[in-house]
Design a protein around this ligand. Sequence first.
Ligand SMILES: Cc1cc2nc3c(=O)[nH]c(=O)nc-3n(C[C@H](O)[C@H](O)[C@H](O)COP(=O)(O)O)c2cc1C
Length: 339
Amino acid sequence: MTADRLSQSWDRGKEFLGTRYAILGGAMAWLSEHNLVAAISEAGGFGVLASGNMSAESLRAEIRKVREKTPKPFGVNLIVLNPALPQLLKVVLEEQVSHCVLAGGFPDQDTMGQLKAAGIRVIPFAPSLALGKRLVSRGADALIIEGHEAGGHVGPVATGVLIQEILPHITEVPVFVAGGIANGAMVASMVAMGAAGCQLGTRFVCTEECVAHEKFKKAFLRAQARDAAVTVQFDPILPVIPVRALVNKGTEAFNQLQLQLVQEVKSGQKERKAALLELEHFWVGALRRAAIDGDVEQGSLMAGQSVGLVNNIQPVRQVVQELVAEVEARLANPSPGPG
Ligand SMILES: Cc1cc2nc3c(=O)[nH]c(=O)nc-3n(C[C@H](O)[C@H](O)[C@H](O)COP(=O)(O)O)c2cc1C
């Protein structure tokens, strides 16, 4: 990969986002509010507001607060399965947000159509090459591919495999890579492979500007990569949504409940529907309990495997600088090509 190719990919990402650097701060429910989003955008990256936990009116207020803090571009993340999607979408349209990241499922034509008609750049997550191609043919302006290493809700395929599957074959739109990225060398490698830039979540939790509870950040600093595990499913009779988080007492209690419910359903003591509901309710409000209230024993400590590479709490600007350093160095000093 020549420096030309590296600079082409990187420039494409920067132009698409309208930023100095093609680094996205991935939306994190409760944490990607105006402070973190504005700090990332001010530092030259691209902050993304998480709407998953917000009402329409609080999303509108958050968008306006980001704009008060910075004139730089930022995006809004919408979860397509959120029952409040229509109201949140309306806010994004009315506020004329420049970019919208669509997560949590395959977006329908209507949602994408409304955003595009309003001139908003649409960035869905692509879980595979086939779905990525479908999203591009439906009008996606860029894609994010996110590997299994990531924090929060995860797909089954590792970042290293997804990039080989998708990057060489989707060239019509910029493709950003997420999951397991924590340092500048990794960002440079992704861009050298043809990524338009990278999206990070876990590393931005341990920043001064992130509103996460001190105990939540400390749990991140203590954790090793192996502590960030995906929820275990014991029996397909009770499917479990795969979420990567630091293992704690809450995880143990969830596993116990799951085992008990599987037994009760199999023995006919409990209806499957009732058991599924009970299981689903277990984690309701759990990220907030850990991330905001500081209940790191029972709450959900969503984190990616890159948590093992996060060792201190830094200002956002410093994190962004470290992430772009290697790309910038390679661009400034391209190694001579063969011959
Ligand atoms: C605490 C936490 C909450 C998250 N919440 C969301 C969310 O609300 N919407 C979303 O699209 N992704 C969410 N993610 C995923 C991030 O946006 C990002 O894609 C991911 O963290 C990248 O992988 P990394 O954790 O290895 O950096 C979350 C991740 C974490 C760690």
